[in-house]
Design a protein around this ligand. Structure first.
Ligand code: GLC
Length: 559
């Protein structure tokens, strides 16, 4: 275990692939939630030097890139997605010099670095918003945001009855009586993307981080930026179908004009060698995703289809086929993801009865609650999660992994109310426990202060069972989930440069079988009984084979 706060490049200096403009197409990208990864200074909050100190861990894991969730100055009203200053580091997480050292260490180990960019809203502490509050109605300072007069005889009712994504009204009244729009928490005022100044400032931010060596950007709620705020504002009941079915008609989701913004971003990305990459977080209808992912736009877009699917062969098959087709059409490669900082960890989802684990079909996957410990079948969840991950790692496209899933970590369901941090919890009292359960600091050691996360405590309480899942324990166990991830990621590198997939017909609909031509075959058993395997050397199996047969809830790769 490397001591915290020490630079550890972990590998020989950068490889040729660092210059490859297509590096992202099949990358395994590991999401780091910096506050919960590793704490170098013992203040209970993970930091950038903590990331640097674990580069050898990332190298051993075998990922190609990391994506860092926001590390910018922030009051943490929404876990850092409320940004005070886009071109600085939160002092609790380090300095710009620490950032540079981290990039150097990552690049030295041949690992790319993607940062999160949050363009839909600033925090309410951002200098622009403070200026807006101090400026009169109709001023240029207010025009950077979306201020409106209220309705009713004295303007004391909000401009519309819209709800925020986190629950409660989407408008907040200021001291002088005007209201501002916040699609998320009230501490996250929405920017007005019709203003040139807002657009230019983000271009500056993209260059700022690109100049510092950042390889790409994950674009937060990319489908929300541009809005039609023409009055009269429609009421909630009059709004075009929400989110994913809006098809360009909704006043704030997925409007066509948003692509003008991303075309400008693309010109900035292409100023660099290799061009900077981007991936859109866009909860839009599948038919409209390709435009976000086009080479003239951001280049890639998340699809959360597998994340929301049941453990069901037909659903998986249809989703994979549809997304590969879509990726071919857009010129991008597909993206795959089972876990991130917004959803219940997939080991837990797969271990809960379907009714409790099913994510919303409305794009609000983060609204699912943590489930209850009593209903959870831990072993089943972990077994299916490993099978699902192995299947995903055999697919063409980029695989996005979330810190802790390589340990088979479960959601932490039993966080006391007074320790919770997520605004979705506070804005939906008693209905939604929020997303803290997947953001609990990682266990590095079996025992000791905060399980090796740092010398201080952990900013979210870690349960006693975290020790069993610690990196230290799993590194010594060849059958651990960590050892399994390392082997799978190592084998996955054999697939580089090859993006085709061929389905192999099976007699049972519960078997999903495909081959990566010239490489190997992946077979998953979604059924309940073991099945015979075709001939071929076994490269990796997510659970032990039973008398040479593929048991339930297992994926195998055959050479
Ligand atoms: C995205 C982020 C989420 C955040 C929200 C508002 O969905 O993934 O964590 O709360 O945007 O910025």
């Amino acid at each position: 275990m490397p001591p915290a706060a020490q630079t550890d490049t972990g590998a020989e200096s950068g490889t040729e692939s660092m210059q490859d403009p297509a590096w992202w197409r099949q990358a395994a990208v590991y999401q780091i939630y910096p506050r919960s990864f590793a704490d170098s200074d013992g203040d209970g909050i993970g930091d950038l030097r903590g990331v640097t100190s674990r580069v050898s861990y990332l190298t051993a894991l075998g990922i190609d890139a990391v994506w860092l969730s926001p590390f910018y100055p922030s009051a943490l009203a929404d876990g850092g997605y409320d940004v005070d200053d886009y071109r600085d580091v939160d002092p609790r997480l380090g300095t710009l010099e620490d950032f540079d050292e981290m990039i150097t260490a990552l690049h030295g180990a041949g690992i790319k670095c993607i940062v999160d960019i949050v363009p839909n809203h600033t925090s309410n502490r951002h200098v622009w918003f403070q200026e807006a509050l101090a400026s009169p109605r109709g001023s240029a300072a207010r025009d950077r945001y979306i201020f409106r007069d209220g309705t009713g005889p004295d303007g004391s009712s909000p401009p519309s009855d819209w709800d925020s994504v986190f629950g409660g009204p989407a408008w907040e009244q200021t001291q002088d009586g005007q209201w501002y729009l916040h699609l998320f928490a009230r501490e996250q005022p929405d920017l007005n993307w019709d203003t040139r100044e807002v657009r230019d400032d983000f271009l500056r931010t993209l260059r700022f981080w690109s100049d510092r060596g950042v390889d790409g950007f994950r674009v937060d709620v990319a489908h929300a930026l541009t809005k039609d705020m023409a009055e009269p504002l429609p009421s909630k009941a009059e709004l075009a179908p929400e989110g994913e079915n809006a098809e360009g008609r909704h006043p704030f989701w997925d409007r066509d004009e948003v692509h003008e913004v991303f075309e400008e971003w693309r010109s900035v990305f292409n100023e660099y060698t290799p061009p900077r990459t981007a991936v859109a977080e866009a909860w839009v209808h599948a038919d409209r995703r390709a435009r976000y992912a086009s080479p003239e736009g951001l280049g890639q877009a998340f699809n959360f289809d597998l994340l929301r699917a049941d453990w069901d062969a037909d659903q998986f098959r249809d989703i994979i086929a549809a997304n590969l087709k879509e990726a071919t059409g857009s010129g991008a490669s597909s993206t795959w993801v089972f876990s991130n900082h917004d959803v219940v960890r997939h080991a837990t989802r797969y271990g809960l009865p379907a009714m409790e684990s099913g994510a919303g079909q409305d794009g609000s996957a983060w609204l699912i609650s943590g489930g209850t410990e009593s209903a959870l079948d831990r072993d089943l969840g972990e077994r299916r999660a490993r099978a699902a991950t192995q299947l995903m790692l055999a697919l063409p496209g980029s695989a996005y992994l979330y810190q802790g899933e390589e340990l088979g970590l479960h959601e932490v369901a039993d966080i006391p109310d007074d320790a919770r941090q997520d605004p979705t919890f506070f804005r939906n009292a008693g209905v939604d426990v929020g997303r803290d359960g997947c953001r609990v600091p990682l266990p590095w050691t079996a025992a000791g202060t905060s399980f090796g996360f740092g010398d201080g405590g952990a900013h979210l309480p870690q349960p006693a069972w975290f020790g069993e899942y610690a990196v230290q324990v799993q590194e010594e166990d060849p059958s651990s989930t960590l050892s399994f991830y390392r082997r799978a990621l190592e084998l996955r590198h054999q697939l580089q440069g090859e993006e085709s997939l061929e389905w192999v017909q099976e007699s049972s609909a519960e078997i999903l079988h495909f081959s990566r031509p010239g490489r190997w075959r992946s077979i998953t058993n979604f059924g309940r009984t073991p099945v015979e395997l075709p001939e071929g050397p076994v490269l990796l199996s997510s659970s032990p084979l039973e008398d040479g047969r593929l048991p339930a809830d297992t994926t195998v790769w055959l050479g």
